[in-house]
Design a protein around this ligand. Structure first.
Ligand SMILES: *Cc1c(COP(=O)(O)O)cnc(C)c1O
Length: 496
């Protein structure tokens, strides 16, 4: 059955999957949501015997209903290949709960690779299907990881250009180096004076600028988005929830149908929302545990029903979660408002105007699938150090936020169901914070000395993504004010 996509702010705006992927955001600023969540077609037993690619096909065909089997398999096979350093693509580690679902085996060693390695293929295929003649310009705001993963995905992809904006002082040194050394004439990287929310708001404003859209069109360009608001990113993320459950079944760690918990380090709410879709599809999930860092706007939301972004923005050691406006939450709000675009649009306009909104009692009842908590900087560092000392396993700062929140959940709920910690980055991506947590004595070492030291203590080989940037040349050095983002795009595209 065909699935259509609707704007979360207007029922009359609909799109096919390929149109929604091309557009990114709906014309009215809403997000595209599937008009229903399909149920899993294959049994869990059948899924347990499948490879990542096979599971990916089983899930994506249910959502991207206007793609042919050939088109979808082309996208999947080009995405999940030897760019990943393990044939499992997303391995589940450990032989007792909590398990770790490692989503960092792709080309930029963070979980964004899971979706951004397939998005360029979904997008080119969508362009062909819709006979789009303009060149696609990907515009992306990044808190650090999306940027590099999108650059790696789109570099040298014919018919596309990509512009990435990142907060100049809001990403790790390794994240920044990964981005500014990006090769490919179709890539452009810009640091802005501002934080991630400024970058994201700036990008949204450019998307909603009708005059600019016309100018682009006259010059043979059209924008699209690689941010997690694109359903071409959201849906591929549903896959690893199903696949990790299948792996646990396959290894006889769980019984068929056994409910488990997922703990998700959360920023823009994309990853955990994919988990929610997996649950709605019939995957036996008990709780989705939403882990925040000191920017605990989501914890407050889950405990009070009030979403309030009016607060100080904190820079933490888990920068990919330093976010006060979790864009994808809008999709959940729409759903718990009974798929009401009117109600959702009202709340989102309050968010724009007052920076906050409150959901009603009935909507609060619908949040029972979630549990929210947060970890402070100290708790995050302690989690890294404790786990390393007890098991030898080194986790990154984002994963450590999840681990720490899981411990709080256990203390509070004493829930013995098995749990999977969703591990979103390799510790090599945040080496300084990770090593500092293990031993403050490391502080005097340089970034790459730390990398070598991490290899020694963890026994995990330095990933290619890190080796590559040791000696790479800086190719991008544009910096601008948050008010000059549009001009930066114009200059890169040579628009008159
Ligand atoms: C992006 C990111 C997150 C947050 O994921 P969302 O989908 O934005 O909630 C967490 N950890 C890492 C390492 C990330 O790159």
């Amino acid at each position: 059955m065909e699935i259509l996509y609707r704007s979360t702010r207007n029922d009359n705006i609909t799109a096919t999957a390929s149109e929604a992927i091309l557009k990114g955001l709906a014309e009215d600023g809403g997000l595209f949501v599937p008009d229903r969540i399909p149920l899993l077609e294959k049994s869990l037993d059948e899924l347990a015997g499948m490879t990542y690619r096979e599971v990916a096909y089983e899930i994506m065909k249910l959502y991207f209903t206007d793609f042919t089997e050939e088109e979808l398999k082309y996208c999947i096979n080009h995405a999940y290949d030897t760019k990943f350093d393990t044939t499992k693509i997303a391995p589940v580690i450990g032989d007792k709960s909590p398990y770790f679902l490692e989503l960092f085996h792709g080309s930029t060693i963070a979980f964004k690779d899971m979706a951004l390695s397939i998005l360029p293929y979904l997008m080119i295929t969508s362009a062909k299907k819709n006979k789009a003649e303009n060149e696609i310009v990907i515009l992306t705001a990044t808190s650090g990881d999306t940027g590099k993963a999108a650059l790696a995905g789109f570099a040298e992809v014919e018919g596309t250009k990509i512009v990435v904006f990142y907060p100049k002082n809001g990403v790790s040194p390794i994240q920044e180096k990964q981005m500014v050394t990006q090769k490919g004439d179709n890539t452009h990287v810009v640091g802005i004076h501002g934080n991630f929310d400024d970058a994201q708001t700036g990008v949204k404003n450019i998307f909603n600028d009708k005059e600019f859209e016309q100018l682009m069109n006259q010059n043979g360009y059209q924008f699209s988005s690689a941010n997690s608001i694109n359903i071409g990113r959201l849906i591929p993320q549903v896959v690893y929830y199903v696949y990790s459950y299948a792996q646990l079944l396959n290894k006889k760690e769980i019984e068929p149908g056994e409910k488990i918990n997922f703990v998700v380090p959360t920023g823009n709410f994309g990853n955990i929302l994919a988990g929610y879709y997996a649950k709605e599809m019939g995957l036996p999930i008990h709780k989705l545990i939403c882990a925040s860092n000191d920017n605990k706007v989501l914890f407050d939301f889950f405990t009070t029903g009030i979403y309030d972004r009016n607060r100080e923005f904190m820079l933490t050691s888990s920068p990919s979660m330093d976010i006060l406006i979790s864009s994808n939450l809008e999709r959940l709000i729409y759903k718990i408002a009974g798929n009401s675009a009117t109600k959702n649009a009202e709340l989102m306009s309050q968010l724009t105007i007052d920076g906050k909104y409150e959901i009603n009692e009935a909507m609060k009842q619908e949040l029972a699938d979630f549990y929210g908590n947060y970890a402070t900087e100290k708790e995050t560092a302690e989690a890294i150090s404790d786990l390393y000392k007890n098991s030898g396993y080194v986790m990154d700062t984002h994963t450590a936020v999840a681990y720490s929140v899981y411990n709080k959940y256990m203390e509070e709920m004493n829930d013995l169901k098995k749990a999977v910690i969703v591990s979103t980055a390799s510790p090599y991506k945040f080496t300084r914070s990770v090593m500092d947590a293990i031993d403050p004595g490391y502080d005097t070492l340089s970034d790459f000395e730390l990398v070598d030291e991490l290899e020694k203590i963890s026994g995990v080989k330095v990933p290619m993504a890190i080796e590559e940037i040791r000696s790479a040349k800086v190719l991008h050095d544009t910096i601008c004010d948050k008010s000059e983002m549009k001009d930066a795009v114009k200059a890169f595209l040579k628009l008159k």
